[in-house]
Design a protein around this ligand. Structure first.
Ligand code: GLU
Length: 447
């Protein structure tokens, strides 16, 4: 297999699918050498099959807004790969959602899920619906209209959606309510991220952020460092950033920045518990403005419009917002301001130039598919609890999450350790995930 040849074919076939092509290129570059040592993969055309989704559902979603006006959006579910388990992955509601974005996310999800040690295939879905400025009633009507189509494609042993950007506990509640009505079954295993009184796992809302910090701890420990007292810059203020801030604080780090599409809030003395709680209010307001934090806590947070979290000096950068949110110039600014570690929490949060810069300038870097896998891993734990009709305590879930993040770190070290002893976490995560999926596809024949 030659990455260049495959990429040329994909570029010709899917011109303009920028994010999808970027995600495929990164994985293929990482695995090319190992792949070519396995002629049986080449013979079965594993790579050619793996880069194409199994199937894509596209549907129209029509709903009525509070003014009584009819609105139309597009809904998608991309079932990417089911070699190691049923399709699993979140739903994203964001105005920029398109097939390229969901194909990149579904592709990444396949390897991420393989890293979790749990039996889950990869999928992603969502809509170009923009939650910004919508009322709760509008969100409910949209979720119901979306599920009216989606329910035919999903099932607890078939495809299990969850949240992602723009989809949290509130949306999962509305989606599940409509699913239940249509399916006429109380099938909690069909969605994850549910409320804890009706089948949701304790710690699922916190899990992506908590898992990211557990991974960071493992990485720092491996590098002979400690998170205690470190200054951390976090981008975003949604569910993932919220969980990351809670755990960073608990581990003795100081969160000195959070950000939003409108700018950054610098927090020189570190974020407090009260401020972290306020992040939930900001998310529920659908205003999508981080400035609200500085308005609410004027003595603690200073807002600067148009700036990113990466402009605030820190030791550790945690991108927690959106793909490609950290550019090469941001990476240079971070390094110049003293940053020595970047753990990508958002999916593909760093642009290729930024990753290259980190890796060649002594900044420890780990990719999203390893760092943020605690979210989907805890979804997997939620599925197990649903299948057994039980619920575990927070302590039990947290112990399992700890174990999973440690094991993901070990897989990265196993496949990513370089001759000089350093660890290439991008390579490690990609090879570990890829080998597992490739082997399963090979054993299941040409399908
Ligand atoms: N959207 C999350 C992710 O990117 C979670 C998916 C899930 O829980 O299924 O991994």
């Amino acid at each position: 297999m030659k990455t260049q040849d495959i990429m040329a074919r994909l570029q010709a076939k899917y011109p303009g699918e920028k994010e999808y092509l970027q995600a495929v290129q990164e994985v293929l570059e990482s695995v090319e050498e190992v792949y070519n040592q396995h002629p049986e993969f080449e013979k079965a055309k594993i790579v050619e099959r793996m880069v194409e989704p199994d199937r894509i559902f596209t549907f129209r979603v029509t709903w009525v807004d509070d003014q009584g006006e009819v609105q139309t959006n597009t809904g998608y579910r991309i079932q990417f790969n089911s070699a190691i388990g049923p399709y699993k992955g979140g739903l994203r509601f964001h105005r920029m959602v398109n097939p390229s974005m969901l194909k990149f996310l579904g592709f990444e999800q396949t390897f991420k899920n393989a890293l979790t040690t749990l039996p889950m295939g990869g999928a992603k879905g969502g809509s170009d619906f923009d939650p910004k400025g919508k009322t709760d009633a509008e969100i409910m009507r949209f979720c119901q209209a979306f599920m009216l189509e989606l329910w035919q494609c999903i099932g607890p042993d078939q495809d299990i959606p969850a949240g992602d950007v723009g989809v949290g506990g509130r949306e999962i509640g509305f989606l599940y309510g409509m699913y239940k009505k249509l399916a006429r079954e109380y099938n909690t295993g069909v969605l994850t991220g549910k409320g804890s009184t009706w089948g949701g796992s304790i710690l699922r809302p916190e899990a992506t952020g908590f898992g990211a910090l557990y991974f960071t701890q493992n990485l720092l420990h491996h590098a002979g460092k400690d998170i205690q007292g470190c200054k951390v810059a976090v981008s975003g203020f949604g569910n993932v950033a919220w969980g990351a801030c809670i755990k960073a604080l608990e581990l003795g780090a100081k969160v000195v920045a959070i950000s939003g599409p409108d700018g950054v809030c610098a927090i020189p003395d570190g974020i407090t518990k009260e401020m972290i709680d306020y992040m939930l209010v900001m998310r529920a307001s659908n205003r999508d403005r981080v400035e609200d934090m500085a308005t609410r806590f004027p003595d603690k947070a200073q807002f600067t419009a148009g700036k990113k979290a990466w402009s605030v000096p820190c030791d550790i950068a945690l991108p927690c917002a959106f793909q490609n949110e950290l550019s090469e110039d941001d990476a240079k600014e971070l390094k110049a301001n003293g940053c020595w570690c970047c753990c990508e929490v958002s999916n593909m949060g760093c642009q290729p130039g930024a990753i290259h810069y980190f890796q060649h300038n002594g900044v420890l870097f780990a990719p999203g598919k390893a760092v943020n896998a605690g979210g989907v891993a805890t979804s997997g734990l939620e599925m197990t609890q649903n299948a057994e009709h039980i619920s575990w305590s927070g302590k039990e879930v947290d112990e399992k999450l700890h174990f999973i993040m440690k094991s993901i770190h070990e897989q990265c070290v196993k496949f990513g350790t370089q001759p000089d002893g350093s660890v290439d976490y991008v390579k490690g995560a990609n090879i570990a995930g890829f080998m597992k999926v490739a082997q399963a596809m090979l054993e299941q024949g040409t399908i």
